[in-house]
Design a protein around this ligand. Structure first.
Ligand code: ZN
Length: 192
């Protein structure tokens, strides 16, 4: 097991996955990533954080995957993690965050970049239910503020728009997650 997947496994255990579920999740994510790289479209799966049982994978479009089908009949006594791929290798969108807060049975969401970067967002002990539309608006507002210092650097060509997007979303979630009672984690295969 690589150092990065070891770090992801520890992060999954921290957010409440059992050993079995953490192992299953690493395998599921590997499969999602391979499918996404081959097809060029996002893939997603829902995994039970206790048993490790996974529903999916399902395919979406280049930049979106509709996870509602995975949550068709979630059992209220279960906790799920929804994992999907991002070819941008960037973190959670406003829409991703609203899926997490809108669904009681979804305890956490994960994103796996095509480059192997992992992002995790989980409901912490201080999480209280909140309107998903409000969360989506908050994310967009914080992105606008977080983007400001990067704009001149993108304009001058000192960093690429892709790198800027990854850093802006990372800064956004480091700021926003604790204020919403969420736990945010990123594991990168390399520094950037
Ligand atoms: Zn997403």
């Amino acid at each position: 097991m690589s150092a990065a997947s070891d770090a992801v496994r520890r992060a999954l255990l921290r957010l409440g996955a059992t050993d079995t579920a953490a192992d299953q999740l690493l395998l599921t994510a590997q499969r999602l990533r391979a499918l996404a790289q081959r097809s060029g479209v996002e893939h997603a799966a829902a995994t039970d954080l206790d048993s490790g049982y996974a529903a999916g994978p399902i395919a979406g479009t280049a930049d979106d995957v509709d996870v509602d089908v995975l949550l068709d009949q979630p059992r209220p006594d279960r906790r799920y993690i929804l994992v999907h791929t991002h070819r941008s290798n960037a973190g959670f969108s406003d829409l991703d965050a609203s899926v997490l807060v809108a669904n009681r049975a979804v305890h956490a969401i994960g994103v796996v970049g095509h480059d192997g970067t992992w992002y995790l967002l989980a409901k912490g002990e201080r999480f209280t239910p909140v309107d998903p539309a409000v969360v989506a608006r908050l994310v967009r507002a914080v992105v606008v503020a977080a983007r400001r210092p990067y704009l001149p650097r993108v304009a001058s060509g000192s960093i690429s728009p892709d790198v800027a997007k990854r850093r802006i979303l990372h800064d956004t979630w480091r700021f926003l997650a604790p204020r919403l009672g969420l736990e945010y984690d990123r594991v990168t295969p390399r520094k950037d």
